[in-house]
Design a protein around this ligand. Structure first.
Ligand SMILES: [Zn+2]
Length: 60
């Protein structure tokens, strides 16, 4: 199921939302900040259909 997660942009600090179709486990994706267009690398960990951890970084 698709779920939205809010992450903080490492470049400008603004919150931006990413939407992913995922299952339990860890997923990674690239998105662009909606405010400054900086590419953001997002790692998300899911358990039982809920987000348990997120991490963001610059483009790797
Ligand atoms: Zn930004």
């Amino acid at each position: 199921m698709e779920q939205g997660v809010e992450v903080s942009c490492p470049a400008c600090g603004e919150t931006t939302a990413v939407y992913v179709d995922w299952e339990d486990g860890q997923d990674e994706l690239e998105t662009d900040c909606q405010v400054c267009c900086h590419p953001i690398h997002v790692q998300v960990q899911m358990n039982a259909g809920r987000v348990v951890n997120t991490a963001v970084g610059n483009e790797w």
